[in-house]
Design a protein around this ligand. Structure first.
Ligand SMILES: [Zn+2]
Ligand SMILES: [Zn+2]
Length: 159
């Protein structure tokens, strides 16, 4: 638990403004803060691949041009992006599929300031060993980790 005076002041300000209890105000402030980052993370991950290579990739233009395929000599196209690490929240994996055959490859990239979650250092039980644990923002699909369970009813969307 952090005992940060600045943070408490912010919570008290909100309590005064909204009449919320301390816990409710703290929770709402936290979710507001997470929401902007969450929206950004979901946008970073969810987009439709470009129809052709003539148009800019809708992922935000931060990907590399797809390589030429060794097998069929068509080009690879950026088709998806997902978190590329369990603990490095700015590490993403970009998948490229060949437009002519089933060939594909994955590039690991870093997107500074566009994390897919929050990394927290937690102290684990008995051994008091501290480990880094990442929390995935709701709405972000992580191949290795599960999103927070607390959000209800926002799971079912498929892309
Ligand atoms: Zn792209
Ligand atoms: Zn190919």
């Amino acid at each position: 638990m952090t005992t940060n005076r600045g943070r408490k002041d912010v919570i008290r300000d909100r309590m005064t403004a909204t009449g919320e209890s301390y816990n409710v105000a703290a929770r709402n402030l936290k979710s507001m803060k997470d929401m902007g980052a969450t929206r950004e993370a979901v946008r970073t991950q969810r987009w439709r691949p470009a129809e052709s290579l003539d148009v800019p990739c809708p992922c935000g233009g931060l990907c590399e041009p797809g390589e030429k395929c060794d097998r069929c000599h068509a080009r690879h196209r950026h088709v998806s992006r997902f978190p590329g690490s369990r603990t490095e929240v700015e590490t993403w994996a970009d998948r490229y599929d060949c437009m002519g055959c089933a060939s594909s490859y994955v590039l690991t990239i870093t997107l500074p300031g566009r994390p897919w979650g929050i990394a927290e250092t937690v102290v684990r039980g008995g051994s008091a060993e501290s480990v880094v644990q990442a929390r995935v923002f709701p709405g972000v699909r992580h191949p290795l980790l599960r999103p927070e369970e607390s959000e209800e009813g926002t799971e079912s969307e498929e892309g």
